[in-house]
Design a protein around this ligand. Structure first.
Ligand SMILES: *[C@@H]1O[C@H](CO)[C@@H](O)[C@H](O)[C@H]1NC(C)=O
Ligand SMILES: *[C@@H]1O[C@H](CO)[C@@H](O)[C@H](O)[C@H]1NC(C)=O
Ligand SMILES: *[C@@H]1O[C@H](CO)[C@@H](O)[C@H](O)[C@H]1NC(C)=O
Ligand SMILES: *[C@@H]1O[C@H](CO)[C@@H](O)[C@H](O)[C@H]1NC(C)=O
Length: 376
């Protein structure tokens, strides 16, 4: 900003307005009093842009992917979805179509059938809420403290979904290396709601390793949603026993990686799958991830019944400077996205008997807690 405009703005009492116009990607920083964890957020998507925790040597690392220029959240045509809240309906919707009440294959012109713009697999389905999902909408920071920030999003029937939804997402850090995100959403009409927080983890922060294939992973799941070539559920589940999906005993992510070619849709290698939890994980972690290199260990508890594990085959984005960018890129397997969520496309899979329709008298609640520690 020019000195003259600073002067004029401050004389007029407009300095905050001018700064907001010049730096539209307002950053909010929260830190735990004990210094164990610091997180940064922008209003667009209620997105986490940095997350710093200490490694086994006591040095802080930024363990999530992102951009140095946060405006890329809106303009990156690859749209990797770096760490926002995803909604109104995360993951895929078959043919961008659903009905209320839900039916197996809604007729295009049937009663109470809704069409959401398609943006995935040659526009054969909807991914992450439509053309402009919640991750690319600007939320409003409605309260802030040194350890917490709450963002509000008003979705007035955007993208063809029915009814107005108000969502409040609160991110909080606590002593002992804890990050907690909760979302409360209310709707004025019956509507599907299925949200996730789409965080890409690399617990080494690109110091000592370049990918997550040697990260150790535990997932409490004996069944994975079987999908077709468009990554839409067939209605069946894969029994993980004896397969590359079995992380009930901790394994390195790459433990049978050669056998994962094509599993996430040719030529994709690795995982992009919805694992159904075997137990409630509001208290005991459903997912644990750690790296021997940094020693950083992550335990996740959640009120969600499932988790999407995506090993980021399709990544090709310049790295943040702190990760060695911009002349190096995030590429396949640079990170693992671990997305706490509902059963994917349950709104087109009535045989599961999962109710994802919210509205008057039924609010939507989402919460996940990320607890960091170190292993030596
Ligand atoms: C988003 O809204 C906030 C106010 O809540 C504002 O400060 C910021 O500049 C906006 N960001 C963009 C990219 O429009
Ligand atoms: C997909 O939805 C469109 C309307 O958006 C409809 O014309 C078409 O028949 C549907 N296809 C299938 C396979 O259901
Ligand atoms: C596994 O894949 C790697 C390259 O990704 C290759 O070097 C190795 O030979 C493969 N192993 C088997 C058993 O196919
Ligand atoms: C990145 O590459 C550009 C163009 O080759 C070069 O000018 C610049 O110095 C490089 N930056 C770093 C940090 O290596």
């Amino acid at each position: 900003m020019h000195a003259l405009s600073v002067l004029v703005a401050s004389l007029l009492g407009l300095s905050s307005l001018v700064v907001a116009a010049e730096y539209p990607f307002d950053v909010t920083t929260i830190s735990a009093p004990d210094g164990s964890i610091t997180a940064k957020f922008v209003s667009v998507g209620a997105t986490m842009t940095e997350l710093w925790v200490k490694d086994k040597f006591g040095k802080a690392r930024d363990i999530i992917l992102g951009y140095d220029d946060n405006s890329r959240l809106l303009t990156d045509t690859d749209h990797p979805v770096f760490n926002p809240i995803v909604g109104r309906y995360a993951n895929r919707i078959r043919n961008g179509t659903f009905s209320i009440p839900i039916t197996k294959e809604p007729q295009p012109d049937g009663p109470n059938v809704f069409h959401i713009p398609t943006n995935d697999h040659n526009n054969e389905d909807t991914l992450h809420g439509g053309l402009l999902g919640w991750d690319r909408r600007n939320w409003t920071a409605v309260s802030k403290s040194k350890t917490s920030v709450t963002f509000h999003h008003l979705d007035p029937a955007d993208e063809g979904f029915p009814g107005t939804v108000h969502a409040f997402a609160t991110h909080t850090v606590e002593n002992g290396g804890i990050l907690k995100t909760t979302i409360h959403a209310t709707a004025t009409e019956k509507t599907p709601i299925m949200l996730t927080q789409h965080i890409y983890w690399n617990l080494d922060a690109f110091q000592g390793s370049d990918n997550i294939l040697n990260h150790h992973l535990h997932v409490d799941s004996s069944k994975v949603v079987a999908v077709d070539g468009d990554a839409i559920p067939t209605g069946e589940f894969i029994d993980v026993s004896g397969t590359v999906f079995d992380f009930r005993e901790t394994e390195k992510i790459g433990f049978r990686f050669n056998e994962t070619v094509g599993l996430c849709g040719a030529p994709c290698q690795g995982y992009d799958h919805c694992f159904i939890y075997d137990h409630d994980h509001t208290v005991k972690p459903g997912v644990t991830l750690w790296s021997d290199v940094s020693g950083i260990k992550l335990d996740i508890t959640t009120n969600n019944p499932a988790v999407q594990v995506y090993t980021a085959y399709w990544l090709n984005t310049p790295r943040k400077a702190v990760h060695g960018g911009p002349n190096t890129t995030y590429s396949s397997f640079s990170a693992v996205a671990i997305e706490q969520e509902g059963y994917i496309d349950a709104i087109n899979t009535p045989e599961w008997g999962i109710d994802q329709i919210y509205g008057p008298g039924r609010d939507f609640e989402w919460s996940s807690t990320y607890k960091f520690s170190v292993v030596h």
